[in-house]
Write a protein that binds this ligand. Structure first.
Ligand code: PMP
Length: 366
């Protein structure tokens, strides 16, 4: 039987492309006959999870996997609330912050509505918008970053969500607190501004829109344990919002969306300030070293406040990505983000950064 499932799919889903995270490393190693592939493709923490999170995860495993997790994530929410000086009813937990982004779309968008985000913004914003059948309005970038004036001008009575990642992925660009708060303050109150702070720990200045959540009912701030906390494999993130917004997000949230090992590890990770400090320092040094190497190689790059950097290879980056792969180094081509000549590389351990530069030099020269 041949059934046209595409025709049966919800209209918004028909035009979507799946998010492509790439093949498992073991599979690539088999295919390429290489043993020690370096993966600098998904902005993970090269130090991994910290010791407190690892111990807590082991304890949670030992406690038995037959039990459902705490569906309200009480302990983790309590810690998050204390960290931000906010009430627990302002917190929504997600299976990664992607889950929270999807909850926002499901709670606020319909096919009559629009979400606004910038060119070169994170790939999940169009996915969650279009899956609902809502319209994605993409504003032009300014120096690779967000043009807040263009974004404000794109807001219409149909706009329900505005997504702003700060710092942004894949550009690494960032907005100062003053400009961003002015934008939030000027947005009509029926428009929810989602400030996605997946990389905020690397900003170092400590500026965060989380500090304004009590001030603007239409502000939602999302955070993740996948980046500086090194827990990407466990999938846990959260949103801070007005309690009424959190109530709506929790209505569409799957019961038990965050597993018991993730809940325990994330709660412990919040206490491990040393690990965050170590991770941020490693990132700072690696970033400075890579910038120096790009300068030496005559390559331009976009200054970044994330744990990654996008370098302009001055030629189509797809073939370079393939050539780097054959050298055993996985980076991320970002042509799908409207950046066909850029490669995004995660800041790794010093030896991983050196492997990347050696391989880049070789494939650029060949
Ligand atoms: N927001 C941004 C800007 C990201 O780059 C990422 C991860 N690539 C996420 C959100 C989602 O991360 P997670 O679902 O692992 O929390």
């Amino acid at each position: 039987m041949s059934c046209d499932f595409l025709a049966l799919a919800a209209p918004g889903v028909r035009g979507l492309h799946p998010y492509q995270p790439g093949k498992p490393i073991e599979e690539l190693e088999r295919e390429l006959g290489i043993r020690d592939i370096v993966k600098l493709a998904s902005n993970e923490n090269p130090l991994g999870a910290g010791p407190l999170a690892r111990e807590a995860a082991s304890r949670a495993l030992a406690a038995g996997l037959q039990w459902y997790p705490d569906g309200n994530g009480f302990t983790l929410k309590q810690k998050i609330a204390a960290r931000h000086g906010l009430e627990m009813d302002r917190i929504t937990l997600g299976n990664g912050s992607n889950d929270v982004l999807e909850l926002l779309a499901r709670a606020f968008l319909t096919p009559e509505h629009e979400s606004v985000f910038s060119a070169h913004a994170f790939a999940v914003y169009p996915i969650v918008t279009q899956a609902i059948g809502a319209r994605a309005v993409v504003t032009p970038a300014l120096d690779w970053g967000h043009d807040l004036e263009a974004m404000a001008a794109a807001i219409t009575p149909a706009t329900r969500l505005v997504f702003i990642a700060n710092p942004n992925n894949p550009t690494g660009t960032w907005l100062g607190a003053d400009a961003l708060e002015r934008f939030v303050a000027g947005v009509p109150e029926q428009v929810i501004v989602v400030v996605d702070e997946a990389y905020t720990e690397y900003l170092e200045g400590g500026e965060s829109a989380a500090d304004w959540v009590g001030r603007y009912p239409n502000l939602v701030v999302t955070r993740t344990f996948s980046k500086a906390y090194g827990l990407a494999g466990l999938r846990v993130g959260y949103a801070l919002s007005h309690p009424k917004v959190a109530d709506l997000l929790n209505r569409v949230r799957q019961p038990f969306n965050v597993n018991s090992v993730a809940l325990a590890a994330a709660a412990a990770a919040l206490d491990d300030r040393e690990h965050i400090a170590r991770s941020v320092a490693l990132n700072r040094d690696g970033m400075a070293w890579l910038e120096g190497e790009f300068r030496r190689l005559g390559l331009a790059w976009i200054p970044s406040k994330g744990n990654f950097i996008s370098v302009d290879t001055d030629r189509p980056a797809g073939p370079l990505f393939e050539a780097l792969l054959r050298e055993g180094v996985i980076v991320r081509p970002v042509g799908g983000y409207g950046m066909p000549n850029h490669l995004r590389v995660t800041i790794g351990l010093p030896e991983e950064n050196r492997r990347f530069i050696r391989a880049l030099e070789k494939v650029l020269g060949s």
